[in-house]
Design a protein around this ligand. Structure first.
Ligand code: IMP
Ligand code: MG
Length: 173
């Protein structure tokens, strides 16, 4: 395993992103975190964000990774709260092919939020198959499979405080 980003580097960047979001959404911000991968990022992000913040969770399962543009994304757990009139920021761990985020944004737009933005911890533009808007990016990385800080390989490594690249492609769907 190769450490890509240390806990300290991640914390510094998360604080900057929290500030960026706050500048754009000075009032109440409603964060929609995508389970499970985004839970550590969300936990750090909200603690760097002053003012009024609400949080909700959605769980998705993507079968689309191999099928280009299939957009086959299943909802495992829906949000608890309506989005109507809210300034919503989707909190994602990694944007890879873009399939998951594209399907999610389409579904959420239909719920009438006042504004809808996306923040992701990691962006992998080289792997993109569907263009998706991302307003805030933690780190842009190459075509690597990354674990730690919430990200898993077959449910392992989520607890690591840093981000590491796995050499094996075993976890790639
Ligand atoms: P996409 O639909 O291809 O953009 O897939 C995004 C999802 O795949 C992310 O939310 C992650 O759950 C997962 N994923 C993609 N790349 C990685 C990685 O490097 N490590 C762990 N999970 C990943
Ligand atoms: Mg995810």
């Amino acid at each position: 395993m190769e450490i890509l980003l240390s806990a300290g580097e991640i914390q510094k960047r998360v604080a900057e992103i929290a500030g960026d979001i706050r500048r754009d959404v000075p009032g109440r911000v409603h964060l929609v975190a995508v389970l499970k991968g985004a839970f550590v990022f969300l936990a750090d992000l909200i603690r760097q964000m002053p003012g009024e913040v609400t949080v909700d969770f959605i769980a998705l399962s993507s079968y689309g990774s191999r099928m280009t543009g299939s957009g086959d994304v299943r909802m495992l757990k829906d949000l608890d709260m309506p989005l109507r009139g809210r300034d919503v920021v989707v909190v994602e761990d990694v944007i890879d092919s873009g399939t998951t985020l594209a399907a999610l944004l389409e579904a959420l737009r239909g719920r009438d939020p006042r504004t809808l933005r996306t923040v992701c911890l990691l962006n992998k533009p080289a792997r993109r198959r569907i263009a998706v808007p991302i307003e805030y990016v933690g780190f842009t990385i190459g075509d690597r499979f990354v674990v730690g800080y919430g990200l898993d390989c077959a449910e392992r490594y989520r607890h690591l405080p840093y981000l590491a690249a796995l050499e094996t492609g075993d976890c790639r769907v």
